[in-house]
Design a protein around this ligand. Structure first.
Ligand code: MLT
Length: 351
């Protein structure tokens, strides 16, 4: 693992990128069909992807199985995952693709093989697309560059989790505007919508991808949490991002309350008093009823019940947490189709 990290330009843990007023609209330097950062997608790309997700979800199962029949997709996971890994795998299989899972626990990675060599090996074995989760921020960029294959970022360190932002968006749109309008995404789709993201923002790639995406569609994003988990610099993540330390004030404005887990595995520096954190920031029934009785409750998982969220809220009528997981499969089918169609075009061009 040390070798892998050494080979990659790792972003410093506590840094927050400067405000990105100009969002790149394409990733010319990386293989077509890749999704490395949500900032690489134009709003029209997001719209195309969500429309494709709905088409694929509704499609006849047998017809859908023909779409990527026989194509080879590798899932390369250096960190644990339940939702992301399973939904990418089910998405690939629903499209007829063959999948193989390589994890750091049961492969040559354990013997010290570098990310580059693992990627090249997977390509030699016929992989046409790699889905990568890695503890080092930036790892998917390296893999895409070294293999020339489309890479889908399934979470890199504290950097980004772009497919999570897309499925979160689909969940929000389906709730606020109804499933029929969840596809046509514009700069105004979330006008008048306030999303409060609360918890361990510092270590959250989910918060970063959502903060880069949602304001571009008109949403107001409030980041909420104690200074140890939410440095003031986080306001620079995107235009119009507001920091609110008082959870109740944040909730009072929220149409969507997105809760985040405290990432103990990444808490190298700050240690927080959990009792105090629960008292100030837990989303429980009393708080929800008093401050946001109509807000949609979201969480990317895994949830720590009793810490950032109470069981009553997680299982309650305002919760969209299980729905988020369902949207993940459709969104990932769209991403895989995009990646493999791009790969076909590249291979065809070379022939
Ligand atoms: C992630 O992989 O970033 C998760 O979905 C969120 C978490 O780990 O808490």
């Amino acid at each position: 693992m040390t070798t892998v990290k050494a080979a990659i330009k790792v972003s410093p843990r506590r840094s927050v990128p400067a405000a990105s007023k100009t969002i790149a609209l394409s990733t010319p330097a990386y293989p077509a069909g890749s999704l490395l950062s949500i900032a690489h997608l134009a709003v029209s790309d997001v719209s195309t992807l969500l429309a494709a997700a709905t088409r694929l979800e509704k499609e006849d199962t047998l017809k859908r199985m023909k779409r990527l029949e026989g194509r080879k997709v590798a899932l390369l996971f250096y960190e644990s995952s339940t939702r992301t890994r399973t939904s990418f795998e089910l998405a690939a299989k629903s499209l007829g693709a063959m999948t193989t899972l390589v994890s750091d626990k049961s492969s040559s990675i354990e013997k010290g093989e570098s990310l580059k060599d693992t990627g090249i090996t997977l390509r030699s074995l016929g992989a046409e697309c790699i889905i990568l989760r890695h503890p080092a921020s930036g790892a998917p960029f390296l893999l895409a560059r070294e293999t020339g294959l489309p890479v889908l970022n399934a979470g890199d360190g504290t950097h980004e989790h772009p497919s999570q932002a897309l499925l979160d968006l689909r969940t929000i749109l389906a709730h606020l505007h109804g499933a029929a309008r969840a596809n046509a995404v514009t700069e105004k789709s979330l006008a008048g919508v306030t999303v409060a993201i609360t918890g361990d923002i510092l270590h959250s790639r989910v918060a970063r991808s959502n903060a880069l995406l949602l304001p571009r569609l008109g949403a107001k994003v409030i980041l909420c949490g104690p200074t140890a988990l939410l440095p003031d610099e986080a306001a620079a993540l995107g235009e119009g991002i507001v920091i609110e330390r008082d959870f109740e004030k944040a909730l009072e404005q929220a149409n969507v309350a997105m809760m985040l887990r405290i990432q103990k595995e990444r808490l190298a520096g700050p240690q927080i008093d959990l009792e105090n954190y629960i008292a100030r920031y837990q989303l429980n029934s009393e708080r929800l009823a008093a401050c946001a009785p109509r807000a949609l409750v979201m969480h990317p998982g895994p949830m720590i019940r009793g810490l950032e969220i109470s069981s009553e809220v997680a299982d309650g009528p305002q919760s969209a947490i299980a729905e988020q997981v369902r949207h993940g499969v459709a969104v990932r089918m769209a991403l895989l189709t995009r990646a493999l169609e791009a790969r076909t075009a590249v291979a065809g061009g070379k022939a």
